[in-house]
Design a protein around this ligand. Structure first.
Ligand code: HEM
Length: 222
């Protein structure tokens, strides 16, 4: 892919990543944050956190299915925007919903399963965001880094559960998001199984170890 196309793609991701904030600022400026602004802001940020998280999770399946390499270069940026959106979503809950009332927030985390899993998803996103730099990949080693970043699948599941648990009866959206997640995880699992099966079928690369040279001077009995 050309340098120009790469820059265009990254610019697109920046535009999408900054969209929720720009949208909310514009609605606030226009005075159209609906009759329940806190709920509107919380839900908009929650929706975008989930979309960006799924977009980030979708980059590897695109490479698997179509052999494109460019999606993988966008994964980190999408993941960081998902984290930023989740942090804002959480901040609205802390500041506007509860106004730093740690007692009721603690009780909510324990009593409401959708808050518990949301909190868990956000907490697990923190080490991924911190270790997203090239320097951290080097410091941790590629293998440990990959293992740590496999947490993103668990985060996806927790985020989908968060939405499924909080949605009112009859609301379809959380099921659509959950279906997309299942599809993305399915592609990854299928790819893994395919590669494992390929490795088992392939003959070993090493030469047979038991080709023993007869000692010098000895005559072969064959
Ligand atoms: C990765 C983490 C998270 C994701 C992906 C996420 C996603 C979502 C989504 C999609 C919604 C529903 C939006 C809608 O109805 O249109 C939502 C709502 C909400 N989330 Fe989260 N969330 C996350 C973390 C959290 C955390 C950490 C908290 C608080 C501790 C939280 C509190 C809430 C609340 C209070 C609502 C509104 C519920 C209502 O309308 O009654 N979320 N979130």
């Amino acid at each position: 892919m050309s340098r120009r196309s790469r820059i265009a793609l990254k610019t697109g991701v920046w535009a999408v990543g900054l969209w929720p904030l720009g949208f909310l600022l514009w609605r606030a400026w226009a005075g159209s944050l609906t009759a329940n602004p806190i709920s509107f802001v919380t839900n908009t940020l929650g929706d975008w956190t989930l979309r960006l998280l799924l977009a980030s999770l979708g980059m590897t399946p695109l490479r698997i299915l179509f052999g494109w390499s460019w999606p993988v270069s966008l994964r980190r940026l999408l993941g960081l925007f998902a984290f930023a959106c989740a942090a804002l979503h959480f901040s609205v809950w802390v500041v506007l919903d509860h106004f730093f009332d740690w007692g009721t927030m603690g009780a909510d985390i324990v009593k409401r399963p959708y808050i518990t899993v949301g909190m868990l998803a956000l907490t697990l996103l923190v080490p991924l965001a911190i270790t997203s730099t090239a320097g951290m990949v080097r410091r941790l080693g590629a293998r440990a880094w990959r293992r740590l970043h496999a947490l993103v699948y668990a985060i996806g599941v927790l985020a989908a559960l968060h939405y499924l648990w909080l949605a009112k009866k009859g609301v379809q959206d959380p099921y659509w998001y959950a279906m997309v997640l299942v599809l993305l995880l399915g592609v990854r699992l299928w790819d893994r199984a395919r590669r494992l099966a390929g490795r088992r079928r392939r003959p070993p690369l090493v030469a047979p170890a038991l080709v023993v040279e007869p000692p010098r001077g000895s005559r072969s009995r064959l």
